[in-house]
Design a protein. Structure first.
Length: 367
């Protein structure tokens, strides 16, 4: 609780009166736990009890999405306090794709971007000074889904089709390009249609022939009535990470202590969601915009828990990078023309801020 009195007159009588009033207000405010600022026109010194509350370093995350169930561990700070416990005041700026998250980062609206590798590579290709510091989801969760009636079974079958993506800045579009490349195709060979986040209605209504999505998006679609479908999983062609935490290079150089504490807090929150998926599913009802159904939340959370671990994280802890896999991804993105420059992953990915491999947690949706 902090109270301040700001004063601007030299009258002894008024100073005395105002001091008495300020004392009473501060006393009541202290009893109620209120933070207040008193704009009183008397020349008395500023009074502060800020020392009673430890200072928190604010870290704002630019998300690729609105506050949805799969990021419940970031949404429950009010209840769980993972970040506050590490001296971090957490903020969140919603977005519409990984490219959007990076734009919010580069414009100064956020300190950390929650983005996909394709968007990261694209920004680097444009000359942006960025660094990836944590592998959020080391599994590729993207796919392309079509109704069985379309008979789309392999990437070559996408030629001439209308294909939905969450947004033009999203990982769904980047990973659609991965599949197209497998068949020697480009976006010029298809019609890309923006459908919106987790939206399978255009597919179900025949407005698109296929839609690029994620594992959780497909789950939600099926629970909302999506019938028999064919699914092409991008990981069968290029299994690189789905999302990373990325910062500006100057932030990386200047705020390593803050970033270390942020990553440790995020790891704490991810471990909690793995160990307590049922609790997370219930809290998602309170905090996630798509979280009305706790049972559906639980299925989504279990999928996302599984995508947070890999053989590498089992050995080195959550957040550890598959450097060789990311390098393969960067080469692939150059090969199919999304980027023009060579990217040396060891120059733009750092693991020195990661928490020590103290928590090699595996998770399962079988619980």
């Amino acid at each position: 609780m902090t109270c301040h009195t700001t004063t601007h007159t030299s009258s002894p009588w008024l100073r005395c009166l105002t001091a008495k009033v300020a004392t009473r207000v501060r006393t009541h405010a202290r009893a109620l736990g209120i933070t207040c600022v008193l704009g009183l026109s008397v020349a008395t010194p500023t009074v502060s009890w800020a020392q009673a509350t430890p200072k928190l370093d604010k870290v704002v995350v630019a998300g690729w999405s609105k506050p949805i169930t799969e990021i419940t561990n970031l949404l429950v700070e009010e209840d769980k306090g993972f970040f506050k416990a590490r001296g971090i005041e957490l903020g969140y700026v919603p977005g519409a794709g990984g490219g959007d998250a990076l734009r919010n980062l580069l414009s100064g609206q956020a300190d950390v971007a929650f983005t996909d590798p394709g968007s990261f590579f694209t920004a680097l290709d444009k000359g942006e000074k960025l660094r990836a510091i944590y592998d959020i989801y080391p599994q590729n969760v993207f796919n392309v889904v079509s109704l069985k009636s379309q008979n789309i079974l392999k990437p070559a079958d996408l030629k001439g089709k209308r294909i939905g993506v969450y947004s033009l800045a999203s990982g769904t579009r980047q990973n659609l390009q991965v599949l197209l490349h497998q068949a020697g195709l480009t976006e010029a060979d298809v019609t890309v249609v923006v459908t919106g986040l987790l939206n399978f209605a255009p597919l179900m209504q025949g407005q698109v022939d296929a839609t690029a999505a994620t594992d959780t998006g497909l789950l939600v679609g099926r629970q909302k009535g999506l019938g028999g479908v064919n699914v092409m999983e991008v990981k069968n062609h290029l299994n690189i990470s789905s999302d990373l935490f990325v910062v500006r290079e100057d932030t990386y150089q200047q705020k390593k202590d803050v970033l270390k504490r942020f990553l440790r807090a995020y790891q704490d929150s991810a471990q909690w969601m793995m160990q307590s998926p049922e609790e997370a599913a219930k809290l998602a009802v309170k905090y996630a915009i798509d979280g009305q159904n706790a049972s559906m939340n639980l299925d989504i959370i279990r999928l996302r828990n599984d995508s947070s671990v890999s053989a590498i994280t089992d050995k080195r802890g959550l957040g550890a990078f598959d450097m060789a896999g990311l390098q393969k991804g960067a080469k692939a993105y150059k090969a199919f023309g999304v980027i023009q420059r060579d990217i040396k992953i060891s120059d733009v990915v750092s693991q020195d801020l990661l928490p020590t491999a103290a928590s090699n947690i595996k998770t399962s949706t079988k619980k």
